[in-house]
Design a protein around this ligand. Sequence first.
Ligand code: BEZ
Ligand code: FE
Length: 303
Amino acid sequence: MDEIRGGRSAKKYPYFEEETSVEVVNARMGADIDPRLREIMGVIVKHLHAAVKEIEPTHEEWLKAIQFLTEVGQTCTEWRQEFILLSDTLGVSMLVDAINHRRPSGATENTILGPFYVPEAPRYEHGTNICLDHKGEPTVVRGRVLDTAGNPVAGALIDVWQTNDDGFYDIQQKGVQPDWNLRGVFTSDQEGAYWFRSVKPRYYPIPDDGPVGKMLAALGRHPNRPAHIHFIVTAPGYDPVITHIFTPDCEYLSEDAVFGVKETLIADLQKIEDPKEVSRLGMTAPCWLINWDFTLSAKAPSA
Ligand code: BEZ
Ligand code: FE
């Protein structure tokens, strides 16, 4: 009889019942499917059914959930990825990142990439000012790229991007900000050193005019990210680091809407007012200074 139905497990779990719902659904998977897919779907069905059993939603509530996910999908475009925002705001992006970047202690920690990275930014000489709209408080960022033993890593690429002083990335304001505003790629020298000029970053809201923004409001959460500068640092033989540095004086530091802050990524920020110090930094007026070293861990031999 079981063979006629074609299901080896259909014998044990043929019909849907509340108590055995997980086993009934998971038993339908074919015998020859990808084992990782079997594992993933088995766990998802297990936890999804457990959530539904605990919540006991009404039909109206379940329909509302489906409408929400439909709206999330309908909000996605080439330039807007609402599902990533949903994953970010629920802490899932940071969890996946943490699981995939368990580094030796001392190595610079990863954090969320975010949706505003653009590859192939202009390559610049040290000291270049990446702020092309001349708004904001001038800031010098300087430091070294090192390995975990403290040796300099020469030739590392330091890809940087941040919002302007109005809290928007250039690609959010095409035609308003100059193209490539506040983006650039620098290369560490023989001592591992790099430096560039920019503006003091400021906090800004993640895009909150869609369903994820409505969800945050319904949960009594704000959409703000604390002030930060993004980096991707790469060098042959080392694990790439995708990270940000955060300024210590931002009021949203302990309540990032996407949970991207790590204590080790909070930078030291100094106001430089002494004219001699200012000119030593290659500046002409008082400015902010951020000293920041990156520590790269060697790639695992199999990587
Ligand atoms: C960002 O920092 O650019 C970002 C990260 C997650 C969601 C939205 C923006
Ligand atoms: Fe950002």
